[in-house]
Design a binder for this molecule. Structure first.
Ligand code: NAI
Length: 286
């Protein structure tokens, strides 16, 4: 049987989640995705209308199939956590079962189990503010959406993950080195995600034989990255300074994720794997 992957954080064909889905599909995995509730309608209608067909093409010429799209909001664990204004918001009211626990229950009902969990989502409402100007709420919201969301997904999926399974998240070097402009507590959120990768590797490894790794990815012009506002500068900086002078493609991150999800990496867990043209290894700009 082929492996089944749940990819959280796909809402268009520009981000890392989409590229990881493609690499996993090319390797023979069945793809199911979790899409942020407010982005669900546009994503599903674009899929249906064929807007992504060009980017669905796999190396063998076939089109990537997404077996099912689940609405999801990873900042809520169960219905009791959802405040009234969100519940009645018209972008949410049209969908149901989108808290983490409910999504996992639905996946269990529909498919029974998964082998691969990918977390490719982040959100920091105050990302454009320096840390010194970040509010407590903004900071906690960044951690909730970008770090605890992974703990919650893994914790809820583990009981239906097959032994030998793997999970992968996406992080950024701003967690360990200063990147001015990556504010709002997002640098803190990535530091937490990386630390949690180690602790969760131990807990999920001992208890469920599941591996936990994170990819520290170089800059990509995704929807989320464009919203931060400095992505072109980061891409130019990498081109000028990284050991490998080429623009990083999402596919390169997708392929690394496929490796980390496969038995080829069966002894790798608790790792931060850099997929950034080597930029992390530089101490100075050139
Ligand atoms: P993206 O915009 O394709 O993906 C972010 C996704 O998160 C979107 O689909 C959005 O709808 C979803 N999302 C936001 N809040 C959510 C919530 N509460 N519940 C469920 N989904 C939610 O952008 P990108 O850049 O591909 O981001 C994927 C991951 O890659 C993120 O963790 C990001 O921090 C990381 N990353 C991105 C880099 C870049 O330069 N683009 C560099 C290094 C890491």
């Amino acid at each position: 049987r082929g492996k089944r992957a749940f990819i959280a954080g796909v809402a268009d064909d520009n981000g890392y989640g989409w590229a990881i889905a493609k690499s996993l599909a090319a390797a023979g995995a069945e793809i199911i995705v979790g899409t942020w509730v407010p982005a669900l309608n546009i994503f599903e209608s674009s899929l249906r209308r064929g807007k992504f067909d060009e980017s669905r093409v796999l190396p063998d010429g076939s089109l990537m199939e997404i077996t099912k799209v689940y609405p999801m909001d990873a900042v809520f664990d169960c219905p009791e956590d959802v405040p009234e204004d969100v519940k009645t918001n018209k972008r949410y009211a049209g969908s149901s079962n989108w808290t983490v626990q409910e999504v996992v229950e639905c996946v269990k009902k529909d498919f029974g189990s998964i082998d691969i969990l990918v977390h490719s989502l982040a959100n920091g409402p105050e990302v454009s503010k320096p840390l010194l100007e970040t509010s407590r709420n903004g900071y906690l919201a960044a951690l909730s959406a970008s770090s605890y969301s992974f703990v919650s997904l893994l914790k809820n999926f583990l009981p239906i993950m097959n032994p030998g399974g793997a999970s992968i998240s996406l992080t950024y070097i701003a967690s360990e080195r200063i990147i001015p402009g990556y504010g709002g507590g997002m640098s803190s959120a990535k530091a937490a995600l990386e630390s949690d990768t180690r602790v969760l590797a131990f807990e999920a490894g001992r208890k469920h034989k599941v591996r936990v790794n994170t990819i520290s990815a170089g800059p990509l012009r995704s929807r989320a990255a464009k919203a931060i506002g400095f992505i072109d500068m980061m891409i130019d900086y990498s081109l000028a300074n990284a050991p490998l002078q080429k623009e990083l493609s999402a596919e390169e991150v997708g392929n690394a994720a496929a490796f980390l999800a496969s038995p080829m990496s069966s002894a790798i867990t608790g790792a931060v794997v850099y997929v950034d043209n080597g930029l992390n290894a530089m101490a100075v700009g050139v």
